[in-house]
Ligand binder design. Structure first.
Ligand SMILES: [Zn+2]
Length: 316
């Protein structure tokens, strides 16, 4: 009997140790449910930096608002000066991988490359990211293992503006992570926008005005939102060593493991997930809906985009 108990204890220790090596994912409902002393709001901008980001920075400065930018390494490489300006003006910079691939469709090595290249695009500029948001909100266990190697927390969002499709008529009516409309004065959370759309950047003054009217007491960075937890439970976040304290670069020892899924051999990085994946995402988790409008965005030469066939049909 005693040996049995020892075995059970050893098993539990093993399970817990395996679990602990994974980076923790901060999802939308967790963000919304976190106990805060006030209604904090985070404006996050994905997929940039772009030629529209300087205008966004001007607007944020005029309103004394700091935001979090989840940058693509490929865009950073092409707009280094803009990325550095974002950093210099006190905003938070996080990684959105390198080329916006659907990580779940990549094998371990390809995933590593996407995350590593995105990470290095920032660190080459002296920017050490703490957070990573996987494109389309898609990730799997391998993503978490790799993110952990780079000291990155995987984070999503709690309120999707769907600015890729059209701008909301009233930002106070955006659905929460739980799918409801916030009561007057209760608005808070982590908002998803994209600074590759001029219309989004043009609309940021209204975003700030309407969200304030809806209850946002302060706009903070994502890291500040996490740190502002009224009751910071250890498992939630910020208990791991930030990369900034240990910026050494992990080395990929190939092959680490076999791919669990067919490898995407497409030579051209695609920004579009497969339809079945999209369906799965819509059924299971928040979806970062990204529509790349060729008329309103200047992209690096190597970027491969496909125009949307319909204005109302998501193009990912
Ligand atoms: Zn994105």
């Amino acid at each position: 009997m005693r040996n049995f108990r020892i075995l059970v204890c050893l098993f539990l220790v093993y399970v817990l140790s395996v679990h602990c090596v994974l980076a923790r994912v901060i999802g939308g409902t967790e963000m919304e449910d976190m106990p805060l002393d006030e209604n904090l709001c985070v404006l996050t901008f994905d997929d940039g930096p772009s030629i529209f980001t300087p205008q966004l920075l001007d607007t944020l400065k005029a309103h004394d608002v700091r935001a979090t930018f989840f940058m693509l390494g490929r865009m950073v490489d092409n707009y280094k000066d803009i990325a550095l300006r974002v950093e210099a003006e006190g905003h938070e910079i996080a990684s959105h991988t390198y080329a916006h691939k659907n990580l779940k469709r990549l094998n371990y090595t390809k995933q590593w490359e996407e995350i590593e290249r995105g990470y290095h695009s920032l660190t080459d500029l002296g920017i050490i990211p703490t957070f990573m948001r996987p494109p389309y909100g898609n990730y799997d266990e391998r993503t978490l293992q790799i993110a952990n190697e780079f000291g990155l927390h995987v984070v999503l969002w709690s309120i999707d503006s769907k600015d890729w499709k059209r701008l909301p008529s009233d930002y106070s009516k955006l659905a929460s992570a739980h799918g409801h409309i916030f009561a007057p004065g209760e608005m808070h959370g982590v908002f998803l926008f994209h600074d590759i759309h001029k219309r989004t950047v043009d609309d940021v003054p209204r975003v700030i005005r309407e969200l304030k009217a809806a209850g946002c007491t302060r706009f903070v960075t994502f890291g500040e939102y996490m740190a502002a937890l009224a009751d910071p439970e250890p498992p939630l976040l910020l208990t791991r060593i930030p990369r900034s304290q240990n910026p050494s670069i992990p080395v990929l020892d190939l092959p680490i493991r076999e791919s669990l899924e067919p490898q995407d051999e497409s030579p051209v990085p695609s920004l579009l997930p497969e339809k079945d994946t999209l369906h799965d995402q819509l059924q299971t988790k928040p979806q970062e809906n990204v529509q790349y409008n060729l008329k309103s965005i200047a992209l690096p030469a190597e970027t491969s985009l496909e125009p949307s066939s319909s204005k109302d049909t998501p193009s990912f």
